[in-house]
Ligand binder design. Structure first.
Ligand SMILES: O=C(O)CCC(=O)C(=O)O
Ligand SMILES: [Fe+2]
Length: 327
């Protein structure tokens, strides 16, 4: 199981073209979405602008308590500290497994990332496959997953409204959609080196919501073609627009290309929660966003089609799944 459509641009070392975040990171106060209609409209517009101009933003006042966030990071961190044999029980090359543990290496010797990926919605269906060690993992990660899913659904409604489709557009498909939690652990960066933990890619799915224990995430700024360092305030969640959103919007919003670099000071935990339709549900361009000037730009596909593409050796083709959908 994976969520990445690993792709362009070519991987660059951190020393290439890294700038502080300019323009400033949009920070959306989610609590304002439930205030009076004028305030909601302003927030919907802010979200629409962030999706259109950048493909990423952050949310605060999202309703997930600091302790739920901290405990989820702690549970993840404890999992990665377990003896290798315990973690290896989840190791598999089969990307359709409900839980999968693995490592990747950029130099063939040291791991640059270790990951645990598992589905998280509906919790009652998936939690029984999750690690039982550390003993807090299921409860703490379960609370965090449920909170993040609520935030994702709220954001989807606002984004659909901003696209002029109405907040209930394909409501059932989003309600029944899947959630994939990708839990990453990156080693501390060796002294004097500059290393990539996770190569540039965009995420499949409509939205990714990210929480990390310390800096390391970088996003590609499309206007200047440079990498921007993401600073994530402790209480904020970072949001990426994913490939499915680009398809549904017929390219009005673009998927966010991002990467992770190793942190100088400490090992890093990140948790990427990916939200999509159910496994076999097709995502297609919204017909309302197609006309003579704007013909349909993408073919329809499901999450299952995406997994099939990954298994068909997509990396060797050097074309991302999203690129393969362009008409
Ligand atoms: O570690 C990060 O900050 C990014 C993780 C990520 O992009 C992913 O898991 O898809
Ligand atoms: Fe990602």
């Amino acid at each position: 199981m994976s969520c990445d459509s690993r792709s362009t641009p070519q991987e660059q070392l951190r020393s290439d073209k890294v700038h502080p975040p300019v323009p400033p990171m949009p920070v959306i106060n989610l609590g304002h979405l439930t205030l009076e209609p004028e305030t909601r409209s302003r927030v919907v517009e802010d979200i629409a602008n962030a999706c259109h101009d950048l493909g990423y933003f952050q949310v605060i006042n999202h309703g997930i308590s600091q302790s739920v966030m901290d405990r989820a990071v702690e549970a993840a961190s404890e999992f990665f500290k377990l003896p290798s044999e315990t973690k290896q029980e989840f190791a598999s090359d089969d990307i359709r497994r409900p839980v999968r543990y693995g490592t990747s290496s950029k130099d063939g010797t040291r791991p640059s990332r270790t990951f645990l990926k598992h589905y998280a919605h509906p919790l009652s269906e998936w939690m029984k496959y999750w690690p039982e060690k550390p003993p807090t993992y299921r409860e703490d990660m379960g609370k965090f997953s449920a909170g993040v899913r609520r935030v994702a659904l709220e954001l989807m409604e606002a984004i659909l409204e901003g696209l002029g489709l109405g907040k209930h557009y394909q409501h059932e498909e989003f309600e029944n959609g899947l959630q994939l939690l990708q839990v990453n652990c990156y080693p501390k960066e060796p002294e004097g080196e500059s290393a990539i933990g996770l190569a540039p890619h965009s995420d499949h799915g409509f939205l990714t919501i990210l929480l990390a224990s310390c800096p390391g995430l970088e996003v590609l700024d499309r206007s200047s073609d440079t990498w921007r360092v993401v600073q994530q305030p402790r209480h904020a969640l970072h949001v990426h627009v994913g490939d499915c959103m680009e398809v549904l919007s017929n390219g009005r919003v673009k998927t966010a290309v991002h990467r992770a670099v190793l942190n100088h000071g400490e090992a890093r935990i990140s948790m990427a929660s990916i939200h999509s339709f159910a496994m076999h549900e097709k995502v297609s361009v919204a017909k309302e966003l197609v006309d003579e000037q704007d013909p349909e730009k993408y073919k329809e596909s499901s999450f299952s089609d995406f997994l099939d593409y990954l298994m068909s050796n997509a990396d060797k083709k050097r074309m991302s799944f999203l690129e393969s959908l362009r008409t």
